[in-house]
Design a protein around this ligand. Structure first.
Ligand code: ADP
Ligand code: MG
Length: 324
């Protein structure tokens, strides 16, 4: 472990919420149906993610924490494109570099699980442990060995807020996942699996907004857009109620936010911003989702086309509903 490694780790791990994102995405990639998230002191002291996914085989456990060791590229190449959320194999290595990690995991192939402790990038021996099939990650004392970074973290409440936002994005993107979120001694969310996005929206934005949602969908030249837009009366004073997912991954895109506003033109009160939950599925060559590991920006090959499709699809929905 070295300063170079620690700097590299800082590229991936900015704050507790970035750890939460990586751990939740890994759980989803592992095929989990149930994922439990718990944090202490906004994630600064502890982030714990337990999943019922496929688990990590004992012999693969140290590998999982090695930089650029991923089990996902092979499979991805077979599929000719990347479907999983993570594929760089950077996250666990980076997290372990700047914290104290305990990972317990078991696959269906064995009765006994394996546990690995890593402190500041230094792994200990692998030990046996009990537990169901799946994986538990505990990440303690984030940035304990990089005090300057630690000092840049905000208050517990603020960091917990970032974690909650990350949780919200994942929960909206994966309605069929059973998700729980505990912060300190409080269970903030216990979300049973639901069949549709609408029910998840209700949890985070209220029934009234959820009931106002209008379904939008279009497919043009292999670009599939679908989701919900809220009734103009449910608009907000900020863009915080705008969720766009590309290939199941939360992204932010100024231009598409603008397309949405254009579609609502004439329907909103001054200073109000539409609420929407939209998914885009496009051929892999149409989008670069990995501009930067921690960033939520993507690069579209032809952003004008997607802009136009979004604008027309939402407009069309308004025209065919009793809204004008
Ligand atoms: P990536 O997700 O990009 O492959 P990570 O560093 O996030 O890289 O994870 C490294 C590897 O560890 C993964 O490729 C996967 O094989 C394994 N792994 C991580 N988390 C889990 C999990 N919750 N369940 C099963 N395997 C996991
Ligand atoms: Mg990952």
């Amino acid at each position: 472990t070295s300063v170079v490694n620690q700097i590299a780790a800082g590229e991936v791990v900015e704050r507790p919420a970035s750890v939460v994102k990586e751990l939740l995405e890994n759980a989803i990639d592992a095929g989990a149906t149930r994922v439990e998230l718990a944090v202490e002191r906004g994630g600064k002291d502890l982030i714990r993610v337990a999943d019922d996914g496929c688990g990590i085989a004992r012999e693969d456990l140290p590998l999982a924490f090695r930089p650029h060791a991923t089990s996902k590229l092979r499979e991805a190449e077979q599929l000719h494109h990347v479907r999983t959320l993570g594929f760089r194999g950077e996250a666990l290595a980076a997290i372990a570099e700047v914290s104290r990690v305990r990972c317990q995991s078991r696959t269906a192939a064995t009765e006994v699980g394996a546990e690995l402790l890593i402190e500041g990038g230094v792994p200990a021996e692998i030990r046996d442990c009990g537990g169901p099939v799946g994986t538990v990650f505990e990440v303690r004392n984030l940035f304990f060995n990089t005090p300057v970074r630690r000092s840049f973290l905000k208050s517990d409440t603020t960091e917990a807020g970032h974690v909650a936002e990350m949780f919200t994005r994942i929960a909206l993107a994966h309605p069929t996942l059973h998700l729980t979120f505990r912060s300190g001694s409080k269970t903030l969310y216990d979300l049973p699996p639901v069949t549709g996005l609408k029910d998840r929206v209700a949890v985070f934005f209220g029934r009234e907004l959820a009931e106002s949602l209008l379904w939008v969908e279009s497919e043009v030249d292999g670009i599939h857009l679908w989701g919900y837009v809220a009734h103009p009366s449910q608009s907000r004073s900020s863009a915080k109620g705008q969720y766009l997912f590309v290939g199941g991954r939360y992204v932010r895109d100024r231009s598409l936010g603008h397309a949405l506003s254009e579609a609502y033109r004439g329907l909103l009160m001054v200073g109000r911003v539409p609420v929407a939950f939209l998914h885009l599925e496009l051929p892999p060559e149409e989008v670069d989702v990995n501009v930067h590991p921690t960033k939520v920006e993507v690069r579209f090959r032809d952003s004008q086309r997607i802009y136009g499709q979004l604008l027309r699809t939402v407009r069309q929905t308004f025209l065919t509903s009793d809204l004008h």
